[in-house]
Ligand binder design. Structure first.
Ligand SMILES: *Cc1c(COP(=O)(O)O)cnc(C)c1O
Length: 396
């Protein structure tokens, strides 16, 4: 997954262009910039690659999720359905808006189970947020049908799956809004950064204003711009955007390497009795950033994870016990531990996660191991890794 493995001359060149002008901010200073508008260049390139009309680049993936929902009018007391397996950023972005994160089970896709989503819908639900974890997607067709039937938004968190697709559409472009992260460990990185994509002009305009203190961006005098509504600062800097411009040009090369390495590793474990692969929905193509597989039960999965680590096969994750990605360790959310007071809606409406039954998620997660696919591996390294992986899994 990490684009940082191959940062090089093209990234340096783009950053140098910005440093040569000295204009590190994405807005204003037109005369000094010598024609360099890196954030805008990145937005145009993303719109093209993702086949959507609009892109707003922001300061992080978390910011992208927050701005995306804010742009569509999500606010205090609105409920957002998200999966038990995700990154903490998902519920952070919801809470930042005063909205209520409603967790729902995952299935063997390792993403939102449409049946669990149906059960979680209430009169207050405003958003279904599938999170395309570890390079592969939720059943977007089923989720869109549910969203349409209830007139609620589908917001895709595609932070871990940039470059994958569903039904011929790039991940992120299928829902009403889609979000990407370019943090340091994502498929393409710009150090810190993120983006939201949409075909909805109103959401886009709102996102453009909201992410820059509500500025309406009309005219050439920033100081004289009006503020049609309250906003915040989620801007990206030109330095970060410049790295993103270079990395996006390399996305399809990175994806090609990931797919190649994934193929060799998958081949090595496909026929091992008791090992099954994570399900990819029929119309989906992953971005191949992780190889995720199920062991027959939790005990064997724990044993396999330990054995892999002892055999020197690094980069294997057992998410079931992970602090950041799985509901079992989110005590700060379950107990609502915050520095200051939370808005009343969240305090009153947050489901009781201490007692809620997520045994369906636990059933899949307890058996799952994911291996990070690196793009910098040599062919010999991948082959050696495949042999060791097969050996260790066969033995346990
Ligand atoms: C990385 C990530 C985010 C947040 O991105 P940042 O840029 O680190 O804020 C959100 N969701 C998922 C699934 C992620 O992996």
């Amino acid at each position: 997954m990490p684009g940082f493995e191959l940062i090089g001359d093209s990234e340096r060149k783009e950053v140098q262009k910005v440093l040569d002008t000295g204009v590190l901010m994405r807005y204003g200073f037109d005369g000094m910039r010598k024609g360099h508008w890196k954030a805008i260049e990145l937005e145009k390139a993303l719109s093209k690659r993702m086949q959507t009309k609009y892109t707003q680049v922001v300061s992080s993936g978390t910011a992208a999720l927050t701005v995306a929902m804010a742009s569509a009018g999500v606010g205090a007391g609105d409920e957002v359905i998200l999966p038990t397996f995700t990154f903490v950023a998902s519920f952070e972005s919801v809470l930042a808006l005063g909205a209520v994160p409603v967790l729902a089970d995952i299935d063997d896709t390792l993403t939102l189970d449409p049946e669990a989503v149906k059960k979680a819908i209430t009169a207050r639900t405003r958003v279904i947020m599938p999170v395309h974890m570890c390079g592969s997607m939720a059943d977007l067709e089923a989720l869109k049908a549910i969203a349409d039937a209830h007139d609620i938004l589908l917001v895709e968190d595609a932070c871990q799956a940039i470059g994958g697709s569903f039904d011929g559409k790039p991940l992120g472009s299928y829902g009403d809004l889609g979000c990407f992260s370019f943090d340091y460990v994502k498929t393409i990185t710009c150090g810190e950064g993120g983006a939201l994509i949409t075909n909805n002009e109103t959401y886009y305009k709102n996102a453009d204003h909201y992410s820059d203190h509500g500025h309406d961006h009309i005219g050439k005098d920033r100081g004289a711009e009006k503020h049609p509504f309250l906003g915040y600062n989620y801007r990206i800097s030109e330095l970060n955007a410049a790295v993103g411009v270079a990395q996006l040009k390399r996305l399809d090369d990175f994806l090609g390497l990931q797919e190649k390495h994934y193929g060799i590793l998958e081949e090595a474990i496909r026929d091992i009795p008791g090992v099954t692969l994570r399900r990819v929905p029929a119309k989906g193509i992953q971005n191949y950033s992780f190889l995720s597989f199920f062991m027959p039960d939790e005990g064997i999965a724990k044993k396999a994870h330990k054995a892999l680590s002892e055999a020197g096969v690094d980069g294997c994750f057992y998410w079931y016990d992970n602090n950041w990605h799985y509901h079992r360790e989110w005590q700060h959310l379950k107990k609502l531990i915050t520095l200051g007071k939370l808005n009343r809606e969240v305090q009153e409406q947050l489901p009781d996660y201490e007692t809620q039954d997520f045994s369906k998620s636990d059933h899949w997660m307890g058996r799952t191991i994911s291996m990070l696919i690196k793009i910098g591996w040599t062919e010999d390294e991948v082959n050696a890794r495949a042999a060791r992986l097969s050996e260790v899994l066969s033995a346990v």
